[in-house]
Design a protein around this ligand. Structure first.
Ligand code: PAF
Length: 276
């Protein structure tokens, strides 16, 4: 695996599969890299902590930074290139901010003002620099995935966005770089999220799905709920009984750590499980 620190060294192949990350790689990122490797031998991973998407400066300061471990995990999963961009690489002529639109201000965007504008701005800059054929993103950040797809359809229509299943730990917790900030008792409490999602998935009506989701989440006093909704995966509007692609989305905090998760309400599809 080649480590790239200067954008001039980026490969110019027509079949690059791109995995954008903020570093602090874990098994979830590795599963994206492995999926990318099934598409091509030219797998490029970027690791860049994007200040534009952090509305909370202490969250930015506390974001884990593990560059050596990132090299090890990216290489182990089969990445061909690992790029550590800097601001000049991404915005050679200055930042041109992109709006994530109305949907970017709902749910996650309502609690994190400007977050999705920052996400689509950096992903647009990354796409322009890398010019991949495919770009892979985890479904865990479902609203992010939705908004990146929209941005990409408009500005980079030749790139195929590949959505990859959420990877979960054995206790059901969706893998996230933020999980390292949870102590053992926080982790125990955090398991309520996937438990609530699975229980909702087992219900047959939209109203009972939502009821079950919210009841179980509120039974865990250590979980401070931000939102728990069921949206239409096609539009990201609140779902109705007739919505075909119903997706539950949940966010909240445990001990100051923000956790988000999602699950399709249509199937009993089991996510990939990994050992700790
Ligand atoms: O999901 C992430 O890690 C980030 O939001 C992304 C897509 C790399 C943009 O900074």
């Amino acid at each position: 695996m080649k480590v790239i620190r200067d954008a001039k060294e980026l490969p110019r192949a027509s079949d690059i599969a791109f995995v954008p990350t903020m570093g602090a790689l874990h098994a979830g990122h590795q599963s994206l890299i492995r999926r990318a490797r099934q598409l091509t031998e030219n797998v490029l991973v970027s690791a860049y902590i994007n200040p534009l998407q952090f509305e909370n400066k202490s969250d930015l300061a506390n974001y884990p930074k593990t560059p050596l471990n990132d090299e090890e995990l990216a290489s182990e999963a089969g990445a061909t290139y690992l790029w550590f961009p800097n601001e000049n690489d991404l915005y050679p002529t200055g930042i041109s901010e992109i709006s994530a639109g109305e949907i970017g201000q709902k749910f996650e965007g309502a609690s994190r003002t400007g977050h999705f504008n920052g996400v689509v701005t950096v992903v647009n800059a990354l796409f322009s620099a890398v010019q991949p054929r495919w770009a892979l993103f985890g479904e865990k950040d479902l609203q992010q995935l939705f908004l990146i797809k929209k941005m990409s359809e408009m500005l980079h229509p030749h790139i195929s966005i590949v959505a990859c299943e959420t990877v979960r730990d054995v206790d059901g917790l969706a893998l996230s770089s933020r999980n390292v900030r949870l102590n053992p008792s926080d982790r125990e409490a955090a398991a309520v999220i996937s438990r609530a999602l699975k229980s909702a998935q087992g219900e047959s009506e939209l109203s009972t799905k939502l009821q079950s989701l919210r009841e179980i989440l509120s039974s865990e006093k250590r979980f401070a709920l931000d939102y728990a909704e069921i949206v239409d995966g096609e539009t990201f509007e609140i779902a109705s009984e007739t919505t075909i692609d119903q997706r539950a989305i949940v966010a909240g905090w445990i001990n100051g750590v923000r956790l988000i998760d999602t699950m399709s309400m249509n199937s009993s599809r089991v996510n990939v499980l990994v050992s700790p």
